[in-house]
Design a binder for this molecule. Sequence first.
Ligand SMILES: [Mg+2]
Length: 174
Amino acid sequence: MALVTPTWMVKAIYNIEPSTLKKRGIAAVLTDLDNTLIAWNNPDGTPQLRRWLERMNDAGITVMVVSNNNHERVQRAVGAMDLPFTARALKPLPVGINRAVKQLGLRKDECIMVGDQLLTDVIAGHLAGVRTVLVKPLIKTDQWNTLPNRFIEGFIKADMKRKGTFKYREDIDD
Ligand SMILES: [Mg+2]
């Protein structure tokens, strides 16, 4: 269970305060793309996202996208935001996260992985040896290819709820 248990649970990526990260020595936020940073049906993102990215930038914290999607798709999605990214990350394997950490030249304990799926983002983060944040999916409906994972995830979440450990918080040290 440790592999699928997120280090923290937060309502949305925008809730993570730069000051909270700095206090913990975290220099980079690696993030999933779809339903974490942007809704899969709204690839332009929101003003809220842009404000958060500006604040992270001002604080000197890198935000890097680690996505299973192909290069073109990720490039199109993050191009306007001017974010570094790695595509074809092969989550739940740690490949893409390891690549990102290496590219940034940081230690594992200086990076966190944020995502909306236990079976891809959280497992990949833990296999790579970084701490993880599970966020609520931005919208309830998923792309068709996410449905099998969501089905299995339902059982894991039900188990966490029974143990009282399933609660989205306001920030990572709330
Ligand atoms: Mg996602």
